[in-house]
Design a protein around this ligand. Structure first.
Ligand SMILES: [Mn+2]
Length: 324
């Protein structure tokens, strides 16, 4: 048995899980490491992340850059928490430390990179990677598929909206290493989460009917109570399929989340939402951004929404005038 390493992966997130499958397969199969200790991580760790003492050696995938990660891969626009982290990455960038902000998914990035740099690829995971690309880049055929799709990967993804209780994501990584997506989609806890998720999704859509407004420049704004339900990020386009953007607040006991998203089913040059949300303390990709406000800051939610809305309008007008 080789050295025992640690793998930190974004969770609860389909792409994070798929990335963990690929990289654990690579490190254990091609590099002969002992089975990795799996650590799901999420953005609540952001404030202390760069100072966090990782297990060694550590791999980090689909998540923030960490200077002590021996292996790191990510594609988020906001992967670097500060200029020092970015400079450190520039120094260390190489076959085991990779970044591509234009990649649709981290799993897709790893799929191509591990083959090119190390000649390592297990064709069994092609389906898993294809779905990670589709889910992370919102390449759904329709708004119906995005919200109500029931392919095994989408059943699993909806179940993740219930959170990462009781080691669910770690179990999924292990299951997907050994079994196909079809098989994992039939596991009892995946089925149960999917059923539960469906009911919460329906309840969430109902709240949306009362809370979403389309304004004159094709932006849907909303302010909904997400407590105890699942509010699909695609719900705005189910009610307003022609909208260019959806920007709104989802409130819950844990605080408020402001999300901005471009309509993935409409063709147009859009503004960098991840950057715009970064300016108010959040982050994301070009096509989607979000910021989470803790309970003590929910009173600011409307003001943040107004600020984001104004910035999206300002930049979109410049783009529409051809100045972007
Ligand atoms: Mn991702």
């Amino acid at each position: 048995m080789g050295e025992q390493g640690h793998l930190y992966f974004h969770s609860p997130c389909f792409d994070g899980i798929a990335s963990a499958v690929l990289v654990s397969d690579f490190l254990e199969t091609a590099r002969g490491m002992a089975p990795l200790v799996l650590h799901p991580v999420d953005y609540d760790l952001r404030a202390g992340w760069l100072a966090l003492e990782l297990g060694a050696p550590a791999a980090v995938v689909d998540f923030l850059y960490h200077p002590r990660a021996a292996f790191w891969a990510d594609h988020h626009a906001t992967a670097f928490l500060n200029d020092e982290a970015r400079a450190d990455f520039d120094r260390r960038s190489g076959p085991a430390v990779i970044y591509d902000g234009a990649a649709d998914s981290c799993a897709g990035l790893l799929w191509r990179h591990l083959e090119q740099a190390f000649g390592h690829r297990d064709a069994r995971y092609a389906d898993l990677v294809g779905w990670a690309e589709k889910i992370d880049a919102a390449r759904y055929g329709s708004v119906e598929e995005a919200i109500f799709g029931s392919a095994p990967a989408l059943r699993l993804a909806l179940g993740l909206a219930l959170g990462d209780g009781a080691g669910h994501c770690v179990r999924l990584v292990r299951a997907l290493r050994e079994h196909t997506l079809d098989e994992v989609g039939e596991l009892a806890d995946v089925r149960q989460r999917f059923e539960e998720g469906r009911a919460l999704l329906d309840a969430g859509l109902e709240r949306f009917t009362r809370g979403a407004v389309l304004d004159e420049d094709d932006i849907v704004t909303f302010d909904v109570d997400g407590d105890g339900v699942i509010v699909s990020r695609y719900a705005p386009y189910s009610f307003h399929p022609e909208a260019r953007y959806s920007i709104g607040i989802v409130r819950s006991r844990g605080g408020a989340k402001i999300t901005a998203m471009r309509n993935p089913w409409r063709e147009f040059a859009s503004v960098p939402l991840g950057r715009i949300l970064e300016a108010v303390g959040g982050g994301g990709h070009h096509r989607v951004g979000a910021v989470a406000l803790p309970p003590e800051r929910v009173a600011e939610a409307r003001a943040v929404l107004v600020r984001v809305l104004a910035e999206v309008r300002r930049r979109q007008e410049a783009l529409d005038r051809g100045e972007g």
